[in-house]
Design a protein around this ligand. Sequence first.
Ligand SMILES: [Zn+2]
Length: 169
Amino acid sequence: MGIPARIRVSSAAAQAERYDGDLPLKSLPRLVELLADAGGALRVSLQAQSREGHVALQGSLGGALPLACKRCGKSYDWPLQAEVDWRLVADEASERALMQDFEPLLVEDDELQLREAIEDEVLLCLPMLPRCESCENIVAAQPVAAAPVEEEPRRENPFAALKKQLKSD
Ligand SMILES: [Zn+2]
């Protein structure tokens, strides 16, 4: 089974559907905006199943995403490797209850926008400051400038101030 745009949550779990395949980057418009080039694809491998009364989608997202290096402007392939452990929930109470241990995804009308959820996950994984390997090495090799030692601003001891005041009276 490829990667459908949306899935019916109850039947996905009942049939333990598995979504394996390549999702063209072109089909993820919000992600494409951040890429240096829209060629290529995401490798998606997700398994739906019932887990402790909830529907789980677990698996991984991977691929080489073309990013533009912020330092030299060259485009390079950034390796994405993300583990996914979603719990599909129908209401906010369950969302809050699961938040501690899993990544809950709120689902409406038994329908999950699967490609959008995948795209959201990838967007969260992207580096804030993309740097190609050679720039990364240059940056890593630079000695870290010693941070100036912040001196605690001198504050007058309130009792000393009080004493001074008493003396002058
Ligand atoms: Zn670079």
